[in-house]
Design a protein around this ligand. Structure first.
Ligand code: MG
Length: 261
């Protein structure tokens, strides 16, 4: 099931996405959910066309945990070794934006990069999850762009500013709850031109290993998001660009880059 979060007439709701089109094709419908998606819920049967709503970030995470250098070719393209253990960092909840929202180019950077990534959404409060139980705590998957101020990342030892600025974490367009993450195509285009193309099967650490490793250290809450790293091909974003992340079985997350006002 694809679960979107949206606003309509000033109200915010979750809905199950029905139909085969894309966000822009105008033929998708939302069946409004009664209750909240992480707990028991049912479909209301009240349906609204997706074209009549504004899609919001599909989740409200208490935290977004990013994983660096989880694809060997990407580590190599920036001159980095593959780390011995997963390299984890935070993106704050205030960095999250939804499909169609704008990425605001930060004033303190002159080298913004796209990073197309598979995002895992947690469905249950959990800690110390063994790798073979990880699927019990996963709610679903969405597309993410781990937008990074590359010059700031290289200048500053911690990545809080480089990867944590407002609008640096586009998520969406919805959460797919029925998906095997083992071998999916991840693609990034900028103004329609392909920049990144990879497969999740090239991840150094699997989704299961990453969640097990992170939950050893911290409690994960429903709606928390784990970014699983980006394949090779990262590159610059400029004001006016339209960047799209497409993941097989999920859909396309599109955002425009604007000058920060
Ligand atoms: Mg990344």
């Amino acid at each position: 099931m694809r679960i979107a979060r949206f606003s309509i007439d000033g109200n915010v709701a979750f809905g199950a996405v029905e139909g085969d089109g894309t966000v822009d094709s105008g033929d998708l419908v939302l069946d409004i959910i009664k209750g909240i998606p992480y707990a028991d819920f049912e479909l209301s049967g009240v349906k609204v066309p997706l074209s009549k709503v504004r899609l919001l970030p599909p989740v409200l995470p208490s935290k977004v945990v990013g994983i660096g250098r989880n694809y060997a070719e990407h580590a190599a393209e920036l001159g980095n070794e593959v780390p011995d253990l997963p390299l984890a960092f935070f993106k704050p909840s205030t960095s999250v934006i939804g499909p169609g929202d704008s990425i605001a180019y930060p004033s303190f950077s002159s080298e913004l990069h796209h990073e197309a990534e598979l995002a895992v959404v947690i469905g249950r409060m959990c800690r110390e999850v063994p790798a073979d139980r990880v699927k019990d705590v996963i709610f679903g998957y969405t597309a993410a762009n781990d937008v990074t101020a590359r010059d700031v990342q290289q200048r500053e030892k911690q990545w809080a500013r480089a990867k944590g600025f407002d609008t640096s974490c586009p998520l969406g367009p919805w959460v797919e709850t029925d998906l095997d993450p083992a071998d999916l195509t991840i693609q990034c285009t900028v103004n329609g031109e392909q920049r990144q193309l990879g497969r999740t099967s090239d991840m150094i650490r699997s989704v299961g290993d990453l969640i097990s490793h992170l939950s050893e250290a911290m409690t994960l809450l429903p709606g928390d998001v784990i970014l699983t790293g980006t394949p090779a091909g990262v590159g610059p974003l400029n004001v006016g660009d339209e960047v799209a992340v497409t993941i097989e079985g999920i859909g396309t997350l599109t955002n425009k880059v604007i000058k920060r006002g």
